[in-house]
Design a protein around this ligand. Structure first.
Ligand SMILES: [Zn+2]
Length: 69
């Protein structure tokens, strides 16, 4: 059983033994909103990285095919 719970304010996990969320207890509402936006941006950049890797893989296959011709 995991000893953490999800914060309803910022969406991050923090230890159940803490009465307040580690991540947003000291932040204002605006700072929490900025934190959430930053977390979403991280997800987007990860998605973009995945597309780069996919493009690189396709490029490698094309180069191999051209080398075999
Ligand atoms: Zn929080």
């Amino acid at each position: 059983m995991r000893r953490s719970r999800k914060c309803s304010r910022c969406g991050l996990r923090f230890p159940r033994s803490h009465s307040r969320c580690d991540h947003c207890a000291d932040l204002t509402d605006a700072e929490v909103a900025a934190l959430k936006t930053r977390l979403q941006d991280d997800g987007t950049s990860y998605h973009t990285l995945g597309r780069y890797l996919y493009a690189a893989a396709v490029l490698c296959v094309l180069l191999i095919v051209l080398a075999l011709l």
